[in-house]
Design a protein around this ligand. Structure first.
Ligand code: ATP
Length: 193
């Protein structure tokens, strides 16, 4: 099955404010999309709409394929050592090759460190490891480079390239530059309500 994500004529309202409207986005296998815009314009809200976590004020999202969302929320038990926290999800996600993500993201030396003690960049690398372990075709990445050092940033850009080359979809919301393979660019200001 080829992954697909289509968002049609999306409008987003937060509280009493209509943030944006009329946004249409179509991603098929191998596509990358970069959503940009100033702080508070609605990038994270759009990502949550695409993930099915927030109902759009108008419009519809259709997806084919499993999705993984990485944002600033870390879905790990803060009191567990990282190795155990990752293993919890590896069992649920049916991960067959957990060592690959640990090696790529250089998490091996951190396996015994409680999640609550990890630095910002280490937490982000742990979240990305879980994303890799899930093996899902649609990646929704909200500011994925935040907190990563330049080497980890390059590693993750390469992983996104490989993911798309293998038929995956990567949708990235970020005000930062990020190297993506031939991305569609969505400037949210163009859809401001
Ligand atoms: N639950 C909520 N109720 C009301 N307003 C909200 C809610 N959540 C977010 N907002 C507002 O919606 C707007 C968009 O927020 P959002 O987090 O989507 O922006 P963003 O573009 O991702 O910002 P940043 O670049 O700072 O991360 C902001 O003005 C924010 O205060």
């Amino acid at each position: 099955m080829q992954a697909r994500l289509v968002a049609k004529d999306i409008a987003c309202r937060r509280g009493e404010r209509l943030l944006f409207r009329g946004l249409t986005l179509e991603c098929g296998a191998g596509d990358a999309c970069h959503i940009t815009g100033a702080n508070g314009i609605g990038k994270s809200s759009l990502m949550r709409i695409l993930a099915g976590l927030l109902r759009p004020y108008a419009g519809k999202v259709d997806r084919k394929g499993a999705m993984g969302l990485v944002d600033e929320r870390l879905a790990f038990d803060a009191n567990l050592p990282l190795g155990k926290a990752l293993a919890f999800w590896q069992r649920i996600d049916g991960c067959r090759e957990p060592g690959r993500a640990l090696e790529l993201l250089q998490l091996g030396p951190l396996m015994d460190v409680p999640v609550r003690y990890l630095s910002t960049g280490q937490k982000k690398r742990a979240a990305l490891a879980r994303l890799l372990n899930r093996g899902c075709p649609i990646w929704l990445l909200d500011e994925p480079l935040n907190g990563l050092d330049s080497q980890a940033q390059k590693t993750f850009e390469t992983l996104i390239e490989q993911h798309c080359a293998g038929g995956g979809i990567a949708i990235v919301a970020s005000h930062q530059h990020i190297a993506l393979p031939s991305p569609t660019r969505v400037e949210l200001a163009e859809f401001a309500a």
